[in-house]
Write a protein that binds this ligand. Structure first.
Ligand code: SAM
Length: 267
């Protein structure tokens, strides 16, 4: 993946800047989380089910809120993320809450060089695979880190959403992964006016690319769902039709906003 190192370095810098804004944002509700609010959404809670007593590897865990939510539900969690600021925050939060999660700073592609344990569950969600240029080595690493019979779970924004311009007025990008998408940053999804600067580099991944990467690495698909709402208000021009169900204004119920899947490593 050496050819992508400049892109990863730029993205790391941006995620470090974002972490400092996100941790104090109402979007992430860190104070509520510390008091016991859940930050996981009904999608993964219903589809992944009981994690008590399970070991879990959380890929691209950001500053650890979802990881620690799973830990509060009884999972033994290891989180990995590219951003050293995010991992620092996650580790502090873990200590403050008296939990026993482990956090490791690394590129997700290098996970197996840093983590040798095998897990019952590998989990990743909402805004992760778009930072990855190639899903084949990612899927190979997931299989490497799962126990036989273990579960991979992904909840992600639907590739259709990433075809639009920021204001959702027209289709700007191809559905499939054709090339790196370079964007000049203005703020972040928790604060559009935040003083965050720099280019970001991302890739669109069609549903077939995701499924073929996982199947090609040897996983067996057990669940696949498309959700017509987003559990997060993280794009511009969104409206909430029911509590926790967000849509692009004017396209309510017409666009798939999120998909989720579960796949098993054979025994
Ligand atoms: C939108 S957040 C993801 C997760 C979660 N839904 C959340 O909001 O807390 C994306 C995360 O991916 C991480 N990331 C981006 N590229 C990465 C890479 N190549 N390897 C590991 N982590 C990466 C970023 O540092 C960031 O913390």
């Amino acid at each position: 993946m050496k050819e992508y190192n400049d892109y990863f370095a730029a993205n790391k810098d941006l995620w470090n800047q974002r972490t400092m804004v996100h941790k104090d944002s109402s979007f992430y509700n860190l104070e509520g989380f510390k008091k016991g609010d859940t930050v996981l959404t009904p999608i993964e809670l219903n589809e992944l089910g009981d994690v008590n007593g399970k070991t879990m590897l959380h890929l691209q865990c950001h500053f650890g809120m979802d990881s620690l939510d799973w830990a509060r539900r009884g999972a033994a969690v290891t989180g990995v993320d590219l951003s050293d600021e995010a991992i620092k925050e996650a580790s502090q939060l873990n200590d403050e809450l008296g939990l026993k999660a482990t956090f490791i700073c690394c590129n997700v592609y290098d996970t197996s060089a840093h983590v040798t344990e095998l897990f019952d569950i590998v989990f990743t969600s909402y805004g992760t695979i778009g930072w990855l240029p190639d899903l084949q080595p990612w899927a190979t690493m997931i299989v490497e880190r799962l126990k036989p019979g273990g579960t991979f779970y992904l909840a992600e924004f639907h590739p259709v959403v990433w075809m639009f311009d920021d204001d959702f007025t027209h289709i700007k990008y191809a559905y499939e992964n054709r090339e790196v998408i370079v964007t000049e940053n203005q703020g972040t999804y928790t604060d559009r006016t935040a003083a965050i600067t720099g280019k970001e580099y991302s890739w669109n991944h069609s549903i077939s690319e995701v499924l073929n990467a996982l199947i090609g690495a040897g996983l067996q698909l057990r669940l696949f769902n498309e959700h017509m709402y987003s559990p997060y208000s993280c794009f511009r021009n969104m409206v909430e039709t029911e509590k926790g169900q967000w849509h692009i204004k004017g396209m309510e119920g017409k666009l798939p906003m999120v998909y989720s899947l579960k796949a098993i490593k054979a025994e």
